[in-house]
Design a protein around this ligand. Sequence first.
Ligand SMILES: Cc1cc2nc3c(=O)[nH]c(=O)nc-3n(C[C@H](O)[C@H](O)[C@H](O)COP(=O)(O)OP(=O)(O)OC[C@H]3O[C@@H](n4cnc5c(N)ncnc54)[C@H](O)[C@@H]3O)c2cc1C
Length: 234
Amino acid sequence: MVRVTLHGAELEGLTIPEPAASVRLLIPSGIGDDLEMPTWNGNEFLLGDGSRPVIRTFTPRRLDSAALELDLDVVIHSGGAVSTWIEAADVGSPAAVSGPGRGYTVDSDAAGFVLAGDETAIPAIAQLLEVIPASRPIQVIIEVADPSARLDLTLPDGSAVEWVDLDPAAPPGDALVPALTQLEIAPGAKLWVAGEAAAMHRVRRHLFDDRALPRSDVTVRGYWKLRESVGSDS
Ligand SMILES: Cc1cc2nc3c(=O)[nH]c(=O)nc-3n(C[C@H](O)[C@H](O)[C@H](O)COP(=O)(O)OP(=O)(O)OC[C@H]3O[C@@H](n4cnc5c(N)ncnc54)[C@H](O)[C@@H]3O)c2cc1C
């Protein structure tokens, strides 16, 4: 995970009212290219030559409105357009952001919380941990493909993080889903889960079909798709 700090006068007026929200990051199409702003053709954003711009979605991890800075925590992985951009980027490399997209409304009256996901969910989980009232028990499960992705997360007393390692040969979710299945979930707890799309499909099946949890207690978000670039054009 690498922290990218965006800075610029254009960030003036940006507000992020809720945790686990999103912003869209636009980067140049090729290393060293200028940043070209795309135009909306009524259906999708396109660049002047008709190609699709490189736009990806991230969690706005920290906004400093006074310093006009926005931090994104990005999971580095091979073949990722943003990973490649970050490796070549330097201070002053151009990028643009739009947003924010909807976040998560924390129900302070909930009996407790279960926060779960893969590495891409860590920034949102860290934000949720900052705003959930300390009196509420929180169970956190995070699946990591790279054991070094484990971070120190601050949790209230009585709450715990379970880190589960994904076997390199296994599809995303193969460690997360069994860990969620074994979890004892208190009645009335709210659940927030995010990660790879097919893994999230398995999570929904487990929570709604096997456990019959009320939909209003559960938020499950597909953050990326295995072998597919997501969020590239809309
Ligand atoms: C609301 C929301 C919030 C998000 N917040 C964050 C965040 O804070 N930090 C973050 O890192 N990501 C976050 N994501 C996920 C991120 O948008 C995707 O992982 C995105 O594809 C990354 O773009 P890329 O240029 O790195 O890879 P792409 O160019 O989109 O993908 C190239 C290839 O890499 C694969 N791939 C994509 N992501 C991963 C991954 N994480 N691990 C392994 N393989 C991958 C794809 O399947 C594809 O085959 C968020 C997504 C959403 C919808």
